[in-house]
Ligand binder design. Structure first.
Ligand SMILES: [Ca+2]
Ligand SMILES: [Ca+2]
Length: 239
């Protein structure tokens, strides 16, 4: 029992507890890590440096810090780094860069970092003084074989946009033409059907041909993942 009690006490007494602070003026700031009597500094060329959070992120018993650097102005991304002390030496490694939000949170006792990006969210976990990408949660975007995109600048003067795909699967491509419907800011696309051209008000700003087919005709996609299928007579609304 005595040995066990001693073993439990050891980490607290044997391991130093580095603290992470920032010193200096904007443009010349340094991260300062005070580890016992030893102070180590790390600086970037960027204008701003800060400690977002100090915690034992990798669970090895000593405090680490999530550090950010930024040019300090509007529209510049913030770079995130993991600062840790390994073998008495300060080690700072880059994690990710984003203009979006970044959150540290604990899940089942382990720290993870959520990074919001324009295309979705990334999740990092920490181990051995490093951050590792754990998951990406990006929006589902169906891949097309050909597509048209974009309704800006929302004018009827914009020329029609067209692309080619073999709609009836006879081995020869047909041309699908989309015009911009100014009132709704969406694409108005004309698809060939057995009974003649069908004009579909798509409500989309991306329209393209998929590799898949339904009832003997090509499938199409609207925006990221809404599918337009042929029901045997006509194409349905995007859904
Ligand atoms: Ca740690
Ligand atoms: Ca064809």
């Amino acid at each position: 029992m005595k040995v066990l009690a001693l073993a439990c006490l050891l980490p607290a007494t044997a391991l130093a507890a580095p603290t992470y602070t920032v010193e200096g003026e904007l443009g010349a700031q340094k991260l300062v890590v005070q580890d016992g009597a030893l102070a180590q500094r790390w600086g970037s060329d960027e204008g701003l440096i800060g400690v977002q959070q100090q915690a034992d992120l990798d669970g090895d018993g000593t405090p680490d810090a999530l550090v950010y650097t930024s040019c300090g102005g509007n529209g510049c991304a913030t770079d995130y780094h993991l600062a840790t002390v390994r073998g008495g030496k300060l080690v700072v490694t880059p994690i990710d860069s984003t203009e979006g939000e970044v959150r540290l949170k604990q899940v089942e006792g382990r720290w993870q970092l959520e990074v919001d990006q324009p295309g979705g969210q990334k999740v990092y976990v920490f181990a051995d003084g490093k951050a590792a990408l754990f998951a990406t949660d990006t929006k589902r975007v169906l891949a097309t074989i050909a597509e048209v995109k974009g309704v800006a600048p929302y004018t009827t003067d914009s020329p029609p946009r067209s692309f080619q795909a073999d709609v009836d699967l006879d081995g020869k491509p047909e041309t699908i033409t989309c015009t911009i419907w100014e009132r709704w800011g969406s694409l108005l696309c004309t698809l060939p059907t057995p009974s003649g051209p069908q004009t579909l008000s798509t409500g989309c700003d991306r329209f393209g041909a998929l590799a898949t087919t339904t009832n003997g005709r090509r499938d199409f996609v609207c925006n990221e993942d809404k599918i337009v299928r042929f029901d045997g007579k006509a194409y349905n609304e995007p859904r």
